[in-house]
Design a protein around this ligand. Structure first.
Ligand SMILES: CC(C)(COP(=O)(O)OP(=O)(O)OC[C@H]1O[C@@H](n2cnc3c(N)ncnc32)[C@H](O)[C@@H]1OP(=O)(O)O)[C@@H](O)C(=O)NCCC(=O)NCCS
Length: 177
């Protein structure tokens, strides 16, 4: 299995990976909009490929922590969405994609990443409650749990604030699971 950034010509094929994984157009439309947005972090948004078939994709977009104390904020990453096609789920593809992206993000000097998802899945990568770290979502979440952060550089997360996200994620319905 090969991990690599997507080629711009693959946006539709990658959106289809999300459509098949989630069984809905919502995440596919979000993934497409994010891949075409200025906030798309192409270098970390790996696709998993095997024998020319796309098996999975992890998508990262740029966000900014707007601090409550008025001090300059800092850039963070948002992981969303993550998808593995149905016939390749439970084979470690999702884990491989996320672990590879975390390693490269850390190496690249990124500060941290956020995800709104199941702690039973993301906990294995070291994600912990983001509310407890003072990081608030741009819109109310439903459920009220599952907002998680992973610190990539030591002792940087701490100042409380609101996360400003890329336009495709900046809509109330994007925060309702
Ligand atoms: C969730 C998903 C990305 C995981 O990728 P994957 O390659 O299947 O996962 P891995 O093989 O790396 O890990 C599998 C383990 O993750 C856990 N897991 C898988 N899906 C999970 C889910 N939806 N919630 C919580 N834990 C999950 C299980 O413990 C599973 O272990 P098992 O195979 O022994 O049952 C993939 O199943 C998927 O695309 N699902 C549909 C879309 C989705 O729900 N995406 C999540 C976005 S937040």
């Amino acid at each position: 299995m090969l991990l690599r950034p997507i080629d711009p010509s693959e946006v539709e094929a990658v959106a289809d990976v999300h459509r098949r994984a989630f069984g809905s157009d919502v995440e596919a439309d979000l993934a497409r909009a994010l891949m075409l947005d200025d906030g798309f972090v192409r270098t970390l948004s790996f696709v998993a490929e095997d024998g020319g078939r796309l098996l999975g994709h992890v998508l990262f977009s740029r966000s900014w922590l707007e601090r409550d104390d008025g001090e300059p904020g800092f850039p963070l990453l948002v992981l969303a969405p993550l998808a593995v096609v149905p016939e390749s789920q439970h084979e470690g593809v999702g884990t491989t994609l996320v672990e590879a992206a975390i390693a490269l993000a850390r190496e690249s000097g990124e500060i941290g990443m956020l995800v709104f998802g199941d702690p039973a899945y993301y906990g294995r990568f070291g994600f912990t409650d983001a509310w407890a770290k003072g990081i608030r979502t741009p819109h109310p979440t439903e459920p009220t749990w599952g907002w998680q952060a992973l610190e990539l550089a030591e002792c940087v997360l701490g100042p409380s604030g609101i996360l400003r996200v890329a336009p495709p994620l900046d809509a109330p319905e994007m925060w309702i699971a």
